[in-house]
Design a protein around this ligand. Structure first.
Ligand SMILES: Nc1ncnc2c1ncn2[C@@H]1O[C@H](COP(=O)(O)OP(=O)(O)OP(=O)(O)O)[C@@H](O)[C@H]1O
Ligand code: SF4
Ligand SMILES: [Mg+2]
Length: 384
């Protein structure tokens, strides 16, 4: 990758020929979703008042530290609960396809949508595949779930899918077992399984984590090509903002179970509204000059057991005031920089008075950037 933030070729390929985002139809909507898990040590709320929507052909990034609730949020978009002890409020719908609440329908009600309308690439390729079944059989099973193909037709479709995701010599490799595949090839296999039913919405949960940068780049590139070729909408999850910034139209930043900021990628990069987003940007490699130490965010995220209603980032926030400790967190409207009056959402009571602007050397535009961002020089801010 040429820059830690942004690979212009990748994003330019995505944007070509697309209508402006705001004019495209909404394909998925989550409205005020809360998920609560009762555990012996108390109630855990990994998804707390999460609202988001996804439009046709949009690429939405979800970024956050480990344990911030990204996976539970994504699974809730398919109507899946993290455990039998979990309860929920709020609503997930697929306008025009599923007007009921995906969270209420259960496996039986949702099965016909899984794979066909919405699919998910799970977080861990190694544990997501059955070690004693051949790769071809596992992809074939997904094909069979969505079609009435004969056995030879299924084999052809498996080979087609394996070819599409870049697995070389598929006629031979379909007889391999997962342990004979590299990490990158396993990830491609999971992508092939997710694509078997030609979904309109694909959720990729950390598809590049644990891969080296070259393979990471290849997998991202593959996802972008697939998105462009099929026009599907993509939710890309990562704990790495530099991965997200490369290809997403909008970014949701999660912290301790909440979306603390949701805005156009350009706004997130150039004019973050939440101190946590600003801190994430400052801690990216390349955000500071080579001779300067990398910024880190001191402290650690709170445990998700019995959290207060006040700002969860407060113990780590350099901008905290006493009033932040009594403020009930709510998503506020924030107007960003991407296009005239682009509207984002932020969960910080001080957002209007703080200037967290970064000084990006080069900035992506909706028309597609001609040059990469080569660095971020944020204002001196109280993060260490
Ligand atoms: N079944 C469960 N029972 C109890 N707690 C759970 C359960 N599933 C998830 N959690 C908790 O919910 C929180 C969010 O988990 P989640 O897997 O969504 O995090 P994440 O942001 O995807 O993290 P990572 O980056 O490590 O994948 C974590 O604190 C986790 O321990
Ligand atoms: S509400 Fe206060 S403590 Fe929370 S992020 Fe904003 S400034 Fe920091
Ligand atoms: Mg996860």
């Amino acid at each position: 990758m040429s820059s830690p933030f942004y690979e212009p070729d990748l994003r330019a390929r995505l944007l070509t020929g697309n209508q402006p985002l705001e004019r495209r139809a909404v394909v998925l909507e989550a409205d005020d979703v809360c998920i609560r898990i009762d555990t012996p040590s108390g109630a855990v709320i990994p998804v707390d008042h999460v609202s988001l929507h996804l439009r046709e052909g949009e690429v939405l990034g979800i970024v956050g530290e480990t344990g911030s609730g990204k996976t539970v949020t994504c699974r809730s978009l398919l109507g899946l609960m993290p455990s039998l002890q979990a309860t929920h409020t709020g609503r997930v719908s697929y306008p025009g396809v599923l007007d009921g609440n995906a969270l209420d329908l259960g496996r039986r009600g949702m099965r016909r949508h899984w794979g066909r309308y919405i699919s998910m690439i799970p977080q861990n390729p190694m544990t997501s595949l059955n070690p004693v079944h051949r790769i071809g059989d596992q992809i074939g099973e997904a094909v069979a779930a969505h079609s009435t193909m004969t056995r030879p037709q299924r084999r052809e479709r498996v080979i087609e899918l394996m070819t599409r995701v870049g697995i070389p010599v598929p006629e031979k490799r379909l007889r391999d077992y997962p342990h004979q595949f590299s990490g990158g090839m396993l990830q491609r296999t999971l992508i092939a399984i997710a694509l078997a039913g030609n979904p309109q919405v694909l959720i990729a949960d950390e598809p590049t984590t644990a891969l080296d940068v070259i393979i990471q780049d290849q997998i991202l590139s593959l996802l972008i090509d697939l998105q462009r070729d099929t026009g599907m909408s993509l939710v890309l999850v990562s704990h790495d903002l530099s991965v997200i910034a490369q290809i997403c139209d909008r970014v949701a930043v999660m912290y301790a179970g909440q979306i603390v900021e949701l805005a156009a990628t350009e706004d997130i990069l150039r004019r973050p509204q939440h101190p946590y987003t600003a801190a994430l940007l400052k801690s990216l490699p390349g955000a500071v000059a080579r001779d300067q130490p990398l910024a880190t965010i001191t402290g650690s995220p709170p445990r998700l057991v019995d959290l207060p209603a006040t700002c969860r980032f407060r113990p780590r926030c350099g901008y905290a005031q006493d009033a932040c400790g009594t403020w009930t967190t709510e998503l506020l409207t924030a107007v960003g920089v991407a296009g005239a009056g682009s509207v984002g959402r932020v969960r910080c009571r001080r957002h209007a008075e703080l200037d967290l602007s970064t000084d990006l050397t080069m900035v992506p535009t909706a028309a597609g950037p001609s040059e990469p961002i080569v660095g971020v020089h944020a204002d001196p801010a109280p993060f260490h």
